[in-house]
Design a protein around this ligand. Structure first.
Ligand code: GUN
Length: 293
């Protein structure tokens, strides 16, 4: 049986580390880090995520501001709000929770955010800087994955790393980080996606698999080599009678089949998920310390 990568425990530990740093900043008379979150409409998933983000800010001693709009807000109105936050010197960083209603361009919204306050790391300046290894805000999920590999001392140098999924917020950035001349990194990276042929053969060569395609239990036991490290990024909400909320999160990995073969594996929930908020908190701290400019 494999070692379980406990993202919840690691994230609790990092929250304590961040809280300690905030205390020290305040003790020296510094300003309390301040994150603002814009949410548009009433998407159930988004409301839950934003509530978690606000609560986590409180836990580490940040100030947070939740700014909510109905889904009939116009693109121009939202862009004007972003300008306001760009110019508000009390706000160190802010995010616009995605997805947005169809009449609003997510690309325009992301590009309107001052990259120095883009603690989601979605702005093209931050993405470009990440690719060439310059100081930047790295987006939450890739940075959470890298932190888990680091905290578990998992060897990545020279390893075959297969990323399944090519999204802008996970697949592309995590592939880029895993090939970076660094630890974790220095891996030989293959990116697979919906058009990939021989996906199973490619996965069977992998020492590390990062499954980020959003298809529940896609990665089966017979696609995984003995001893592989498995990182499951999937968080598909499926309805369930087993939970109070009426839904359950399912990963991209068929856990029961894959876990016995893996050397390390992240569970869903409790693996990558809790780490994503940590990345947002760390980025907000970096923003507050003006470390990205
Ligand atoms: N929607 C799903 N994940 C994210 C995230 O990391 N940031 C934002 N802004 N929206 C999301």
């Amino acid at each position: 049986m494999s070692n379980l990568i406990d993202g919840k425990a690691i994230s609790d530990q990092i929250k304590l580390e961040i809280a300690e740093e905030v205390k020290q900043i305040l003790a020296k008379g510094g300003k309390q880090p301040h994150l603002a979150v814009i949410i548009v409409g009433h998407d159930g998933g988004s409301e839950t995520y934003v509530a978690h983000k606000v609560k986590s800010c409180e836990q580490v001693g940040f100030k947070s501001t939740r700014i909510a709009f109905e889904d009939n807000i116009t693109e121009a109105e939202l862009l004007a709000e972003i300008q306001k936050l760009n110019n508000d010197t009390d706000i160190d960083g802010f995010i616009v929770q995605l997805p947005l209603p169809k009449h609003i361009s997510e690309d325009k919204v992301i590009e309107a955010i001052d990259y120095k306050k883009d603690v989601d790391g979605f702005h093209p300046v931050n993405v470009g800087r990440m690719v060439i290894g310059l100081p930047c805000f790295v987006s939450a999920t890739p940075s959470g994955i890298i932190e888990l590999l680091k905290r578990y001392n998992i060897e990545t140098k020279g390893k075959n790393c297969v990323v399944i999924g090519r999204s802008n917020i996970v697949g592309k950035p995590v592939a880029s980080l895993m090939m970076q001349k660094a630890y974790p990194g220095d891996a030989t990276v293959t990116v697979c996606h919906s058009r990939t042929q021989n996906l199973k053969e490619i996965c069977l060569q992998a020492d590390i698999i990062i499954a980020a395609l959003g298809s529940p239990e896609f990665l089966k036991g017979d696609m995984v080599k003995e001893g592989a490290v498995i990182i499951d990024v999937g968080t598909t909400r499926v309805t369930s009678t087993e939970t109070k909320s009426g839904f359950k999160l399912k990963g991209d990995v068929a856990f029961d089949e894959v876990a016995p073969k893996a050397s390390y594996i992240t569970p869903v929930p409790g693996g990558v998920g809790p780490m994503t908020i940590i990345s947002l908190l760390r980025n907000t701290l970096l923003a507050a310390k003006k470390e990205i400019y």
